[in-house]
Each structure stands twice: as structure tokens, then as C-alpha cells.
Design a protein around this ligand. Structure first.
Ligand code: SF4
Length: 377
């Protein structure tokens, strides 16, 4: 293939884990807010609004790449996908191959707040994307509560009709003093108003909560107020993430300076217990990120509440030595769930790591655990 014939399109740096196999279309660049103190995703980059024609050209390129790959026909498709994935002419080809391999039915509009697009332009992009890829049945994006709340219900409904079938919003917490502390640019009232409007528009809503965000000091209010706000919104999904701090985040600096005191893994589990106990809305609760200590806390509320609380109880029923082993194994990326403690090969591997990391008394310092978490973000 001559170099000038190689197609490409722009791909942003991030997407939610649940969109790992989606077609990525970069609707805007970076973050228009960029002030949350627990986030460093776009800190060195300026927000840019992309012209609709540019986005449409990207969609055209994605479609032509798809046509090129699938021109091998159904019999040769598997071979074509494998060969493009392993030796792609560029990243765009690799993503399209991966997306086709996964079924080619979902798309994600990047970056951090695609909802900020002027409604007619967002509608135009959604319609164009659907026309280019009729097999796509789910299109999702990130959005901020402030942005969602500024749109009218009619606008959000129009966006839904045009094809947006899920919106991911970073609620983070429902506790006002904590929202202010992390500079989220939203209040609990704003989160509720925006969330309710999105739900009323028919767009399925996924709200993200950050466990541990309140540190030791605010963890109780963080759990209770977050549950209260989520109960009012009643989103379709509640997704838990655990606070992880790395260099470049203002909150990391605060922790280093001692003005923010982080909660331990086990304090965070107690916080999660309080959150679950107080949640009464019918939502799908997911822990779908390796950063969470207990990824098996998943289920449909309120029916599965006892089952999810039971996972936390099971952890606390372990001996201290087993809990340390589990935490290290999970943070090392070896354990997927508590059941892995019963798998001898995994357990012995983790025991060796623990013996290397443990100080006096067989304990592993929290700072070491925090450090191990950094590689997951
Ligand atoms: S709105 Fe999202 S991407 Fe932007 S700074 Fe906050 S957490 Fe980061």
C-alpha cells in the first residue's frame, strides 16, 4: 500500500473501560473544565472544539478503513482482522480491526465532555455516524453535569433521538463540601438537576463515584450524601472507582503535604458498605475497573444489595494475613476476586511478593499499596 493511500483518523487518549471495543470518534479535544484536583488526564492540554466537517471526515475515514478490511469477504474476514490487528498501517486501522472483531456495534464519542458541542452540531455528528455505520446500536459519550443541566430537556431528547444511547457522568460525590474541595465545578443540586433531566430525556445514564475521595475526614458524609444524590437521580448505572493519586494531580500534592489524609483500603470498603446500605434506587452497580479492591461487588440494586454487602463481609472475615495477601495480590494485578485466594499458584506467587514488601510484623505499609495502584491509571 502506497503511503499516501493509508487512511487515518484522530483518536483521543482515553475512553471508559466499558468502551474498550467501541469505535472511537474524537468529537472534542481534551477537557473544557480541567480543574478537578484528583484528575491529571488532560492537565497539560488545552480544550479544543472540533469543527463538524473535521469530525465527519474522521467518520468517513473510519468507514473506508472498515470497507477495506471487510473487502476480504466473510470467509477471509477473520484472517484480515488478525493480520491488520497484528501489523496495522497505523493505530486507526488497529482500532477499527479490534472494533470489528468485537462485533462492530458500539461507538464512543471522545474526549471528556462531548456533550458540550452545540446541540445541532452534536445531532448532525450522531446522525452522520449512524448513517455511516448502520450496524452501530450503541453510541455513548462523557458529559459534565453542568453541561447537561444547561441543555433543555427538548435538546437532550433530540440528542437521544439522534442516537446517543448512554451518557457517562462523573458525579464523584454528592457531598457539597467535598465537591468544592475537589473543584468539581458542580454542586449536589446541580448533579441532581442534570441527572434527572438526562434520565427524563431517555438517555441511559451512567454515574461514576470515586471511593476514597473524601479521605479519612469526609468518608462518612461522602458515602451518605452520594447515596442520597444517586437515589434522587436514579441512574441506570452506578460505577465505582477507587481514588488513585499520581504526580501531576493537585490532590496528590495535598496528600504529600499532609493536608489531605488518604483513607486506607479497608476504610474505603467500610465507606462502600455505607454507600451500598444507603442506596435504594433501581440501578446496575458496577465495579468494572481493576483499581477497585473487590471487583466482584456488582449487581442490580436494590435486589442484589445483600449479595454485594456479603462480598465485603467475606473480605472482613478473612484473617489479617489473608487480607494483606489479598490486597497485595489485587494491587499486583494477580487476583481478580476473593476466590483467587484459593488458587495455590496465584497465592504462592503473592506470598513471595508479600514477604519481599512486608516490614516488621508482616504488614505491608499503606504507602507501598498506594504506589502499586498507580500503574493502573
Ligand atoms: S471534568 Fe473529567 S476530565 Fe475534566 S478535569 Fe474533571 S475529571 Fe478530569
Amino acid at each position: 500500500m502506497a503511503k499516501q493511500d493509508i487512511l487515518s483518523f484522530e483518536i483521543g487518549p482515553f475512553r471508559p473501560p466499558s468502551e474498550a471495543f467501541s469505535l472511537l470518534i474524537r468529537a472534542t479535544r481534551n477537557c473544557p473544565w480541567n480543574r478537578c484536583t484528583f484528575c491529571n488526564l488532560y492537565k497539560s492540554s488545552k480544550f479544543e472544539y472540533r469543527p463538524v466537517e473535521e469530525i465527519k471526515r474522521d467518520i468517513d475515514s473510519a468507514r473506508r478503513i472498515k470497507d477495506e478490511i471487510t473487502s476480504a469477504g466473510p470467509n477471509g474476514l477473520h484472517h484480515a482482522l488478525a493480520s491488520v490487528y497484528q501489523q496495522p498501517p497505523n493505530e486507526a486501522y488497529r482500532y477499527v480491526a479490534l472494533w470489528l472483531y468485537a462485533g462492530g456495534s458500539t461507538a464512543f464519542l471522545q474526549d471528556s465532555n462531548a456533550l458540550i458541542m452545540r446541540t445541532p452540531e452534536l445531532v448532525e455528528v450522531l446522525k452522520y455516524l449512524k448513517a455511516a455505520f448502520p450496524a452501530i446500536s450503541r453510541i455513548t459519550s462523557y458529559g459534565r453535569s453542568e453541561t447537561a443541566d444547561k441543555k433543555s430537556l427538548a435538546e437532550l431528547s433530540e440528542i437521544h433521538q439522534a442516537g446517543l444511547t448512554r451518557l457517562h457522568i462523573g458525579l464523584e460525590t454528592g457531598y457539597d463540601p467535598l465537591l468544592k474541595y475537589i473543584d468539581k465545578g458542580a454542586t449536589a443540586a446541580r448533579h441532581i438537576s442534570a441527572g434527572k433531566k438526562v434520565v427524563a430525556s431517555g438517555i441511559p445514564l451512567s454515574e461514576y463515584v470515586i471511593l476514597g475521595l473524601g479521605g479519612k475526614e469526609m468518608r462518612r458524609q461522602h458515602a451518605i450524601e452520594t447515596a442520597r444524590v444517586l437515589n434522587e437521580i436514579s441512574p441506570d448505572f452506578i460505577r465505582a472507582r477507587t481514588l488513585t493519586l499520581v504526580e501531576g494531580m493537585p490532590l496528590y500534592r495535598a496528600a504529600q503535604e499532609g493536608t489531605f489524609v488518604r483513607a486506607t483500603d479497608e476504610e474505603i470498603l467500610e465507606e462502600e458498605r455505607l454507600l451500598l446500605e444507603n442506596l435504594n434506587c433501581p440501578a446496575n452497580f458496577a465495579s468494572d475497573h481493576i483499581i477497585n479492591l473487590l471487583g466482584e461487588i456488582e449487581g442490580i440494586l436494590p435486589g442484589d444489595k445483600a449479595k454485594m454487602l456479603g462480598v465485603i463481609d467475606r473480605y472482613f472475615a478473612l484473617s489479617e494475613e489473608e487480607r494483606t495477601n489479598y490486597r497485595v495480590g489485587r494491587r499486583a494485578g494477580i487476583y481478580d476476586s476473593l476466590d483467587d485466594l484459593s488458587r495455590p499458584a496465584k497465592r504462592q506467587t503473592v506470598e513471595k511478593i508479600v514477604s519481599r514488601l512486608a516490614g516488621t510484623g508482616g504488614k505491608v505499609a499503606e504507602e507501598i499499596i498506594y504506589d502499586m495502584m498507580k500503574r493502573f491509571i
